[in-house]
Design a protein around this ligand. Structure first.
Ligand code: PSV
Ligand code: MN
Length: 383
């Protein structure tokens, strides 16, 4: 693979992907699951060591709360990675039953704002650039809440948080069209997120989680539009068959991932100067977590390499000539190109294992942590 943009690909791993997760029916424990944030970071660093693709780890607060964040940063650096995006969490406290930043009660809103200020303080200690906000706020029944009033309170709360976003920091606002609210979500779509972050200012942008759209949504169109507007802050990559399944990115629809990465590249999202953060937001409910993350970053790399293989000059000629089938052929040729041998060579040239999945399996890392991590409480969505 000779394309230089491939070397710019960096994928941030979510700390919570290394903990146990599940559905509302069952969370399965797995041997070797981290008990602490340090153990999650050690696992994330292992993914990076085998792939060279994942130099940062996102934290979720309070799941990853520690006393000394600077020391945690040093721990990460000692393992060859850095701490990345700080995710806030206003969806697991009784006070937030009827909303957090949108709540009608000023005291609850203030509590949610204060939580974000704590996250910004953590960012100062970890050197993290991004504060990522996803809200579970919404309503279940028509008439339950004042849609317009909730938007106004959201804008006010976000402005109070944004005031504290320092130079070199950003606020990214994630959208999701349903769940846990089932009738109306307060930030349901990219348009609402865009409207809210645009009102805040330059240091606020949209986070696009690929699992957060209605079936059939043309996600690459949203990618193209947000990049065009300079407001695509970050991705939460995962894949879905039905709802917000949080499966391995590229597992359900590799072609969609290819189309998304094509638009990322087209919009400058992979340029050296780009500040688009490519993150994973996944749960490994039944598969092994570390190889699950290795598979995920490899899938992103593979579809990026294929997207880079599109002959864009020939494509432009075909598009301008109105050559519908010719243009589609050029696009599909790149998608159907088996880029795996070239990527194996790319890795070998960089001192990485040609086959990271096989190398991890042979490394004995999993057996070691299975033996070492006995006792304590395995990390999960609550801890
Ligand atoms: C919500 O479904 C979400 O995508 C948000 O990013 C949360 O912070 C995350 O999942 C928790 O896994
Ligand atoms: Mn997400």
């Amino acid at each position: 693979m000779s394309h230089s943009l491939l070397d710019n690909l960096r994928i941030e791993l979510p700390s919570w992907a290394f903990g146990n997760s599940g559905t509302r029916f069952k969370v399965f424990g797995t041997p070797g699951t981290p008990r602490t944030v340090e153990e999650k970071i050690a696992d994330a660093a292992t993914v990076h060591r085998f792939t060279g693709l994942a130099p940062t780890v996102a934290l979720h607060i309070p799941w990853d709360r520690v006393d000394d964040y600077a020391a945690l940063g040093t721990y990460a650096a000692d393992h060859g990675v850095r701490l990345g995006t700080i995710n806030s969490n206003t969806f697991q406290d009784d006070d937030y039953k009827f909303g957090s930043l949108t709540h009608t009660d000023k005291a609850v809103r203030q509590k949610a704002i204060d939580h974000h200020l704590e996250c910004i303080e953590i960012m100062g200690a970890t050197g993290s650039r991004d504060l990522k906000i996803w809200l579970a706020d919404g309503t279940n029944y028509p008439g339950q809440g004042d849609i317009r009033g909730r938007q106004d309170r959201l804008a006010e709360s976000l402005a109070a948080i944004y005031q504290h976003i320092g130079e070199g920091q950003r606020l990214v606002l994630e959208y999701k069209f349903f769940e846990p609210a089932m009738y109306m979500t307060d930030v349901p779509d990219w348009g609402t997120s865009y409207a809210q972050v645009s009102a805040l200012g330059e240091r606020a942008a949209v986070c696009l989680d690929t699992g957060h759209h209605a079936p059939g949504t043309n996600i690459e169109f949203i990618v193209a539009q947000l990049l065009r507007l300079g407001k695509l802050g970050s991705f939460d990559f995962n894949s879905r068959f039905y709802a917000d399944d949080d499966l391995i990115v590229g597992a359900a629809d590799p072609f969609q991932l290819f189309r998304i990465m094509f638009e990322v590249i087209r919009g400058g999202g992979l340029d050296e100067s780009s500040d688009v953060a490519l993150m994973l937001d996944q749960c490994h409910n039944v598969e092994a977590k570390i190889p699950g993350q290795i598979r995920s970053v490899l899938n992103v790399q593979e579809m990026t390499a294929r997207a880079l293989a599109v002959d864009t000059d020939a494509l432009a000629v075909a598009q301008e000539a109105g050559d519908v089938l010719g243009a589609n052929d050029i696009f599909m040729n790149a998608f159907y190109t088996d880029i795996r041998p070239a990527l194996a060579q790319w890795r070998t040239e960089r001192g990485l294992p040609a086959d990271p999945m096989a190398a991890f399996a042979a490394s004995g890392y999993q057996d070691t942590v299975n033996a070492e991590r006995v006792g304590g409480t395995q990390s999960s969505w609550g801890a």
